[in-house]
Design a protein around this ligand. Structure first.
Ligand code: THG
Length: 801
């Protein structure tokens, strides 16, 4: 076993603290590149490492957080990726206290770019960017890799896959959550943990953002869905400013008071983030050494996820409904859309089936004449734009499956692998690589066995082959196959028997495409629903059905109560006690929508591909540019803002809607016969001096641009002098300042004062994790925004005046 993973079995390792904070204190210039110091000031970087190592840190993290090509590009250092990362690994190694027993972790951080369709980076490009860094860190000799401070799970998926593909080293992966318990891009801890465990990450957890108090909750949510060891790297409390000095309020006692709870939860690596000094680490290590540190991992469970949701499939769980309607079988309109590259049917069915109670959505894009790989990718993007329901990718084409797996946000269920050699050798490695679960069809080259025993034998074979490539039993869902009872009457009983054995004796999860049973018979709903109830009694864990089929859902909800899987009949009562309209009734029929509503809907759905055609249709119907933009598109954007405020949608959807808006406006501009559409205003953005966090600022920049503003982005760690100079030169309407740490808050004041002193007449806007309205008022900023969308809304209102 790997030395690092073995060590974790019997002890909790202490990892170091904040590199950025320390480098700033030791001479990192404003606007300077922290990673360049590995080459230009190696002794400074090494001295920081040494201070942490001597304080007791057993894992030293390389100074490579921004060491990807896309981050180094900002400094013109994109051709130094290799040198910087190799050198960083060596510096960290040189500082280890006990080289035989301590470890160097190669740090990997976000690229600052977004993956398609929200951003312009393809998934493969993202993997390549990380692969380059991983290879260099490995060449430098790191012992493990640590992905930190991620906000976007798909970017994290790319990073982890690069780690897995280009190294054999242990991998840790962390996301940063805000006090609402989600990442800035809307992912809750459970959804992150499920995807990461699926990808076989060795240690999952969280860093930055919160102090250790806030992190406990996050870690507990992760523990509830995954069996991995956990890691926590909290900020040293939020630092406060006292008499011009920065103070970290967390006392040694506060820092260590959580140790016992954390050990119990399965935290096996404990470190620090912003503000964590060697002194903090010394206290943490000492307190840890005094404790009993043993921990046994809980059992791994069959979980699936999307960007925002988690679903468990297992023999003890309530049956998971898998919506079957995104399947071209017998559906001419959908087949035609697949050939034409449209997604309206898919988006509507995704929404309606989810509203009707589907926990998962089966996605099948295999229509004759359609480009299935492209169609599956497009379908996955389209569905993720409208609902957070995790996906089941239904295809026998490995190329199509791989495209879909790359496009999906979370942990997907592949439908399916079967007992044939060709299927086993192509599908299982795909599931393993992309961290997916699989449906195992109990058939092989000889067809479907007639008996339960025959199907169980195939299931057994698939399970052992899956385990051999590293897919655990809990990630396999066995399909015992329902045949039509009108053709082979004795078969229904065999299917039910196989489900019973798998559930009760082997603790395996099972699934069925239920409606197959009733082909060729009258009153199909009666036959299907009755069989469904019987299969549920046998223990069925998931069912591929039409959730808009009332008799099926009736049978399902009633059976869940009778089988004790719907506690206090809560779901049953919710569905039937209310006389109020059911969710399905609120789904708008497309034909009944007016053109303005359809334009608004396209923005809400983020239908970037379809919006231009729709705009042209609107023009054809005689709507003018103003009507289209104000009564259609902008109305949609307003709904988006409202839903974001209500936590119903999250930043990726907001960004996608904004992109769609930009695409629509691009088309409208052509209508205005040469008249250039005026820019809404010119905004300058910067993260203030001393602060190297730029993720929030970048999101604000993107949104402002998509709302028609001209944005001048000065980057991070920008001095007040430079901001004043640039503001004078470029004549902007407003300056937006961002700061994440309390240590850098005062720099906002300095900058605003400097702008005023220089007589620059601009509006000032401030925001960032620690900024409040009260602080904004105190330093004389014109406006404060809590999040990116509010920043845009407030700028809009201000500049209108
Ligand atoms: N096991 C697994 N996957 C599966 C199946 C299975 N995937 C496909 C299928 N069976 C389950 N999905 C469907 C999708 C559509 C229909 C039935 C099962 C269907 N289509 C109607 C028709 O063919 O006439 C169209 C009716 C309609 O409009 O809905 O019934 O067994 N693992």
């Amino acid at each position: 076993m790997n030395r690092f993973l073995e060590t974790l079995q019997y002890r909790v390792l202490i990892l170091d603290g904040a590199m950025g904070t320390m480098l700033q204190a030791r001479g990192l210039e404003p606007g300077g590149c922290p990673e360049l110091m590995n080459l230009e000031k190696p002794e400074v970087v090494a001295s920081v490492h040494r201070d942490y190592a001597q304080a007791g840190a057993q894992i030293i993290v390389t100074n490579t957080f921004g060491g990807t090509r896309s981050k180094l590009e900002h400094y013109g250092l994109e051709d130094k990726v290799y040198e910087i990362n190799v050198q960083a690994a060596k510096l960290a190694r040189s500082a280890l206290n006990d080289p035989a027993n301590d470890f160097v972790a190669g740090s990997i951080g976000p690229t600052g770019r977004f993956v398609e369709p929200v951003g312009d980076a393809s998934f493969d490009e993202m993997v390549d960017i990380y692969a380059e860094q991983v290879k260099a860190l490995v060449a430098g000799g790191v012992d493990l890799l640590t992905c930190e401070t991620f906000l976007d799970i798909r970017e994290l998926k790319a990073a982890v896959m690069a780690c897995r593909e280009y190294s054999d080293l242990p991998v840790m992966a962390m996301m940063t959550f805000d006090d609402g318990g989600r990442t800035v891009l809307g992912t809750p801890p459970a959804a992150a943990a499920v995807m990461l465990e699926g990808l076989n990450v060795d240690i999952v957890g969280t860093n930055c953002g919160l102090g250790i108090d806030g992190m406990y909750e996050i870690l507990a949510e992760m523990r509830a869905v995954c069996s991995c060891p956990l890691i926590a790297q909290a900020n040293a409390g939020l630092p406060i400013l006292k008499d011009g000095e920065t103070i970290f309020p967390a006392t040694p006692l506060e820092i260590t008071s959580h140790h016992d709870h954390l050990i119990k939860l399965g935290v096996r690596v404990l470190g620090g983030c912003c503000g964590t000094t060697p002194e903090h680490i010394r206290v943490m290590r000492q307190a840890m050494d005094e404790r009993e540190q043993s921990w046994t991992a809980p059992r791994r469970r069959g979980m699936l996820s999307s960007r925002t949701q988690v679903v468990e499939i297992g023999p003890q769980q309530p049956c998971a409904i898998i919506g079957e309607r995104i399947n071209p079988t017998g559906k001419k309109a959908y087949s035609a859309e697949l050939r034409e590259g449209k997604t309206a049917y898919i988006r509507r069915e995704a929404q309606q089936q989810t509203d009707a109670g589907a926990a998962l959505l089966d996605v099948n894009c295999g229509a004759p004449g359609a480009d299935e790989p492209l169609a599956l990718e497009r379908a996955v993007h389209a569905i993720s734009g409208v609902v957070g329901t995790p996906l089941v990718l239904d295809s026998s084409d490995p190329v199509a499956l791989e495209r879909g797996l790359k496009a999906a946000d979370g942990k997907v269920l592949i439908n399916s692998v079967n007992g044939e050699e060709k299927s086993l050798t192509t599908i299982l490695p795909l599931a393993k690589k992309y961290g997916a679960a699989v449906i195992a069809l109990t058939l092989d080259g000889q067809g479907i066995p007639k008996t339960a025993a025959g199907r169980l034998a195939i299931a057994e074979r698939i399970i052992s082959r899956a385990e051999a490539v590293g897919i655990p039993r809990c990630d396999i869902v066995v399909d015992c196959l329902a045949l039509t009872v009108s053709a082979e009457q004795d078969q229904a009983i065999e299917t039910l028997q196989a489900i019973r054995t798998l559930t009760q004796e082997q603790e395996m999860a099972t699934v069925l495409g239920v409606s197959n049973i009733s082909f060729g018979l009258p009153r199909r709903p009666l036959m299907s629903a009755t069989f469904f109830a019987m299969a549920l009694q046998a223990g069925l864990s998931a069912a591929i059905i039409n959730p808009k089929d009332q008799p099926m859902m009736d049978a399902f909800r009633a059976a869940m109560v009778l089988l004790g899987k719907d506690l206090r009949a809560e779901r049953y009562i919710n569905a039937y006690a209310d006389v109020q309209e059911t969710a399905t009734a609120t789904v708008v029929d497309k034909q009944a929508q007016t053109m303005r509503e359809r334009l608004a809907q396209a923005i809400i759905d983020g239908d970037k591909d379809g919006v231009v055609v729709l705009v042209e249709q609107a023009l054809g119907e005689g709507l003018d540019v103003l009507q289209i933009s104000n009564e259609g598109l902008l109305a949609g954007l307003e709904v988006v803002g409202q839903r974001f405020g209500e936590n119903r949608i999250f930043l990726p959807q907001v960004l996608l809607s904004a992109e769609t808006m930009k695409t629509a406006f691009g088309r409208l501009k052509q209508e205005m016969a040469g008249a250039t559409m005026a820019s809404e205003g010119k905004i300058m953005m910067a993260t203030v001096e001393g602060d190297i966090h730029d993720i929030g600022k970048n999101i604000v920049c993107t949104l402002l641009e998509n709302h028609g503003y001209e944005v001048i982005d000065l980057g991070k760690n920008v001095s007040s002098a430079r901001i004043v100079e640039q503001a004078l030169e470029t004549k902007v309407d407003a300056v937006g300042l961002s700061a994440l740490m309390t240590t850098t808050l005062q720099q906002m004041q300095v900058t605003i004062d400097a702008l005023k002193a220089a007589g620059v007449k601009v509006f000032t806007m401030v925001g960032g994790a620690v900024v409040t309205q009260a602080y904004a008022d105190e330093i004389g900023a014109d406006l404060y925004a809590e999040d990116a969308l509010e920043a845009v809304a407030k700028i809009k209102k201000l500049l209108k005046k």
